[in-house]
Design a protein around this ligand. Structure first.
Ligand code: FE2
Length: 264
C-alpha cells in the first residue's frame, strides 16, 4: 500500500515536473488520436499540464457538470466496492504519482492514469451515465463470480482499452490507452488485431492485464456502447445459469481498479 497524500502541498517539485512531462507529452500524442469528447473536456475539467492537479478543483467541475466526484483510494479495492462507487457516481483515484524513472512503465495505476485517463470523459454526460449504469448493473450482479468476470471484460475492452470509430478514423476511447504514451503509439505503429465491438465478442474474450494488449475492440458507433448494457445483462444471466460455456479466464479477486497493462 502506498502512502496517501492528503494535502496537495505535500507534492514535491519533482512530482510537478513528472506530471508536466507526462501531461505535455501525452496531450500532444493524443491530439489526432483521442476520441473528440475526451479532448473537448480537458479544458472544461481544468486538467492542468504544468502541475499535479488539485482534486478539489477537479471535483468542483465534475460535480457541477455530471454529478461525479473523486473517491480517493490508496490501493486497488474490492470489485464490489468499486462497482457500488460507480453506481453512486464516484470514481476511484489514487494520490500517488509515478516517479521520473517510471515514466514509461507501471505495474499498477497511478494518479496520472486515474485522473488524466478517466476523468475527462466523466465530464461527458452520455459517457458518464453509461459508467454509472455499468456500476448499477455490477452492483446488482456483484454476488456472482461468473457475472463479475464477464463485467470485468466489458469494462476492460471499453472503458480501459476501447477504441472507437469517428469520421472513419480510429480514435482512442479507453483510459488505459489515453494515459499511456507507449500504448497509444503501440496501437498506431504496430501490428495489433482490431475487432468490431460486440457484446458477445467482448464478454467471451479473456484478457491479460500484465502485458500490452494485442487485441482491441472498435466501437463503430457510440450508440452501440450506450446500448450494450441490456444485452450484457442477458448474456450474464445465461452464463450464470450455465446456459453458455465460458472461455478460460483468470479471475483476480482484487480487480476493483483495473490497472493499465504494463506500459503506461
Ligand atoms: Fe483505469
Amino acid at each position: 500500500m502506498r502512502p496517501r497524500i492528503t494535502d496537495w502541498n505535500e507534492y514535491q517539485p519533482d512530482d510537478h515536473e513528472v506530471w508536466r512531462l507526462l501531461a505535455t507529452r501525452q496531450r500532444a500524442n493524443l491530439e489526432t488520436r483521442a476520441w473528440t469528447p475526451f479532448l473537448d473536456q480537458l479544458a472544461p475539467l481544468g486538467m492542468p499540464v504544468d502541475q499535479v492537479p488539485r482534486f478539489s478543483a477537479l471535483d468542483d467541475r465534475l460535480l457541477a457538470t455530471t454529478g461525479w466526484s473523486i473517491e480517493v483510494v490508496d490501493r486497488i479495492i474490492p470489485v464490489d466496492t468499486f462497482l457500488a462507487l460507480l453506481s453512486r457516481r464516484r470514481f476511484c483515484a489514487s494520490t500517488w504519482l509515478r516517479s521520473r524513472a517510471q515514466l514509461d512503465y507501471l505495474e499498477e495505476p497511478d494518479m496520472f492514469h486515474d485522473v488524466f485517463g478517466h476523468l475527462p470523459l466523466l465530464m461527458d454526460p452520455t459517457y458518464a451515465d453509461f459508467v454509472r449504469r455499468f456500476g448499477e448493473m455490477g452492483t446488482r450482479l456483484s454476488g456472482d463470480r461468473t457475472a463479475l468476470m464477464l463485467l470485468e471484460r466489458l469494462y476492460w475492452f471499453t472503458i480501459e482499452f476501447g477504441l472507437i470509430r469517428e469520421g472513419g478514423a480510429l480514435r482512442i476511447l479507453g483510459a488505459g490507452i489515453l494515459s499511456s504514451f507507449g500504448e497509444t503509439n503501440h496501437i498506431y505503429d504496430h501490428a495489433v488485431e482490431f475487432r468490431p465491438f460486440s457484446v458477445e465478442g467482448v464478454l467471451y474474450q479473456p484478457f491479460r492485464n500484465d502485458e500490452v494488449q494485442q487485441l482491441y475492440f472498435v466501437v463503430e458507433h457510440p450508440d452501440d456502447l450506450w446500448g450494450s448494457l441490456e444485452r450484457t445483462e442477458q448474456i450474464v444471466a445465461q452464463a450464470v445459469r450455465g446456459d453458455r460455456p465460458l472461455a478460460p479466464f483468470r479471475l483476480d479477486e482484487q480487480v476493483g481498479s483495473v490497472p493499465p497493462a504494463g506500459q503506461p
